[in-house]
Design a protein around this ligand. Sequence first.
Ligand SMILES: NC(=O)c1ccc[n+]([C@@H]2O[C@H](COP(=O)([O-])OP(=O)(O)OC[C@H]3O[C@@H](n4cnc5c(N)ncnc54)[C@H](O)[C@@H]3O)[C@@H](O)[C@H]2O)c1
Length: 391
Amino acid sequence: METSDVAVIGSGAMGAGIAQVAATAGHRVSLVDSIPEAAEDAVDRLASNLERLVTTGRLAADEADAVRGRLRPAGSVHDLPECGLVIEAVPEDLALKRKVFGDLGASQPTTTLLATNTSSIDISAIAEAVIQPERVLGLHFFNPPPVMALVEVVHGLRTSGAVLDAAFDLMRAWGKTPVRCASTPGFIVNRVARPFYGEAQRMAESGVADPATIDWILREKGGFPMGPFELTDFIGQDVNLAVGTSVWEQTEHDERYAPTEFQRRLVASGKLGRKSGEGVYPYAADGVPVGRDPDLGLAEQLVGGPIETDPLARTVAMLVNEAVDLVARGDASAEDVDVAMVLGTRYPKGPIAWGREIGFDMVAGQIAELDRAFPGGRYRPSPALTDGSVS
Ligand SMILES: NC(=O)c1ccc[n+]([C@@H]2O[C@H](COP(=O)([O-])OP(=O)(O)OC[C@H]3O[C@@H](n4cnc5c(N)ncnc54)[C@H](O)[C@@H]3O)[C@@H](O)[C@H]2O)c1
């Protein structure tokens, strides 16, 4: 980077966290928000976070002071110093992001890297607002940025290789684990994870098993840190539905990502998960789910049985299929897909490694069997499972 100054636009949950990461890595960081007090409040909030790290012995007091000293609120995009990197983290709205990028393109030197933290918008569509689109890329941090190591470094159609390399190296220098990805709907993590939710919802809906039993199987037999229903209750059913719907819409309504009636009903009835007191499960006042009792006899019967009614094998086969397809399209490398899924979702294994273990031929057979049981295009084995292009 030409200069080491960094700016973050949008001081909400993600922007403030990214600012903390950049300041901790030694950069002077300007934080901008459309609500002026919001940037000031964010800097105060970050100061308290740093203070907490000091009192719990995780950060030296002089280091916390130094990090705090590098953070400053700025009035607007036009008040920023010349920066080496600007990261935008305003709400997920293309017109809003384009306006921010247009302003940044006009006010920052042509050498400044311009990054967006978007979760779902096409990088190329945002880059159109800038005269030099080759310097626009995605830096997709995970929540909370100071804790989550993964950053998806996302390239649009016109992003230059030099910009990507510089951003990739910088993320490494910030102590993150960057992976490279094309600007494909959902990038790596939000794309490959879709079947983890969708298969469980379909199985519950068709009466294969109740959510508590499916959650138990994925957690206890599969090694996933949370089952799909408890996880979507935790994320928010509305948030999870919005991500899934966005991927579905951006893939021209590909059946593989079609939202389920199960989840739509939950959201329509206000059962959003923990935050609303009820989602798939009702929650007690202390946030503990109520009535989450698995049917262990049924679980033992389902696991290892026919693929249509085996929640674990069916989910894993679809995760492998999705991951292999992403790699075969050239959107990311097999290694990066596995790193991203393990760090971004805490899956017990990367889906490509899992596929190798099961055997890609075997997975192709499982998906073909699901396709015979449920025709309509959702269960399409990726050609790459059998043509040797991913091994
Ligand atoms: N929350 C997550 O888990 C998460 C994870 C990864 C990526 N993201 C993405 O990060 C971005 C921000 O998400 P968030 O959760 O931090 O949102 P947020 O609503 O918490 O924060 C957005 C901030 O941007 C400010 N803002 C609005 N318009 C602005 C403008 N024109 N200029 C400057 N500031 C403006 C708002 O006042 C607000 O403080 C979104 O694109 C989102 O998709 C979110």
